[in-house]
Design a protein around this ligand. Structure first.
Ligand code: FEO
Length: 385
């Protein structure tokens, strides 16, 4: 446990060995689960708690203070921040959990927290710890409907749970403001927050208005220079896109790869930034980061039986969930004897409403006529982007 300010303690733990989050998000350096203890003259509160993997370490850390927490503030119910709540409530029979109505519902369903241990709070409600006030700020959809922020009013500290988080374990507690931290925060935004970009932008303005002295998320470091992370979010959540196209291809016998690389060169020759990635070796976090400001996406895919390679359909499905700012897409690729290379990918983009450029599909090894179509596709993209 580390004292951040008098009476405000960091009681998080680092999980450097964790390789993947939610069975989906790669973690190049693991993550941290941050929890904070705030003591007033009368009462003590924990703000967010701990993943159940570290139950005994966390309970030992809290009990070593000799102070029973009166309150647990649960900004969000996902179990990486709440998994130890049942154990805490057992150890401290008078402790109550303060949270939003939706969070209370989630805690009942996911952790079987008894209703009589839950206190639902609304936007602007305050909790007096004795000379220290916690004010709850409703902030749904960053990234669940249950989320809220907690403002420690007198010290002007803002606890934002996942919002402004980073899967970053190189800093002990306070941010080191390195390019590596910016990269980790970007990866986190792309994977977790990008689907909720408009909410992120809205809350950014709200946070700026508070002008907090520190931002204390529940993953990654504490920002004692909050403008660092706020400026990054301003950039990522803007409505602007770059003249940038991502080509993601999967190729069984190199024909689709040849087409992808030809299109890459044709777009580059027209002054566009192009990221060309083999889906088979793709890091999905890297792809998500590239999608933050990409204008367009081109799938390159071989035919498998009667449709596109399943790896390309999966990626299209994932990108549709991430809801990047993309404006357009297309499909290129090669087939042997038949099938429909585009319809299953089109179906994945049902919610993104993208402009679709005419696909370029070659039968077997691409011919000069196919390359001419790729040139035309590059010209059309360049004229739009
Ligand atoms: Fe870090 Fe949505 O939990």
């Amino acid at each position: 446990m580390k004292e951040i300010l008098p009476g405000v303690f960091y009681c998080g733990l680092h999980d450097k060995d964790r390789k993947v989050f939610d069975q989906l998000v790669p973690l190049p350096q693991g993550t941290t689960y941050n929890s904070y203890m705030v003591r007033g003259s009368q009462k003590c509160a924990l703000i967010d708690t701990m993943y159940v993997k570290f139950r005994s370490e966390y309970l030992d850390m809290i009990s070593s203070t000799g102070i029973a927490p009166d309150y647990i503030i649960s900004n969000h119910a996902e179990p990486d921040h709440t998994g130890v709540i049942p154990a805490l409530l057992k150890q401290y029979p008078k402790t109550l959990v303060y949270c939003s109505a939706k969070c209370a519902e989630n805690l009942k369903n996911m952790l079987h927290v008894p209703a009589d241990r839950l206190k639902i709070v609304s936007d602007g409600e305050e909790l007096d710890l004795g000379g220290r006030t916690l004010r709850f700020i409703s902030a749904p959809w960053v990234h669940w409907p249950d989320t809220m922020f907690t403002h420690l009013v007198e010290d002007n500290l803002l606890f934002t749970c996942d919002y402004f988080g980073a899967h970053y374990t190189h800093a002990a507690v306070m941010a080191d403001y390195t390019p590596e931290l910016a990269e980790a925060a970007k990866r986190y935004y792309a994977e977790i927050m990008m689907p909720f970009r408009s909410f992120c932008a809205k809350y950014l303005e709200k946070v700026r208005a508070l002008n907090p002295k520190m931002i204390l998320p529940s993953h990654g470091p504490v920002y004692d220079k909050p403008e660092f992370i706020m400026n990054l979010y301003a950039d990522w959540t803007s409505t602007e896109v770059a003249r940038k196209v991502i080509i993601a291809y999967v190729s069984m016998y190199d024909n689709s790869k040849i087409m992808a690389e030809y299109l890459q060169n044709a777009l580059s020759a027209r002054g566009m930034e192009v990221v060309c990635a083999d889906i088979m070796t793709l890091d999905e976090g890297e792809m998500a980061m590239e999608l933050i400001d990409a204008a367009g996406l081109v799938f390159g895919t071989s035919m498998v039986l009667t449709g596109p390679h399943p790896k390309s359909v999966y990626l299209a499905y994932l990108i549709n969930l991430l809801r990047p700012k993309l404006k357009f897409y297309s499909v290129i690729g090669s087939f042997g004897w038949g099938g429909n290379l585009t319809a299953p990918i089109d179906a994945m983009f049902s919610t993104l409403k993208l402009k679709k450029f005419e696909p370029v599909i070659a039968k077997g090894k691409p011919l000069p006529a196919d390359f001419a179509k790729l040139d035309a596709l590059a010209e059309a993209i360049s004229a739009t982007a």
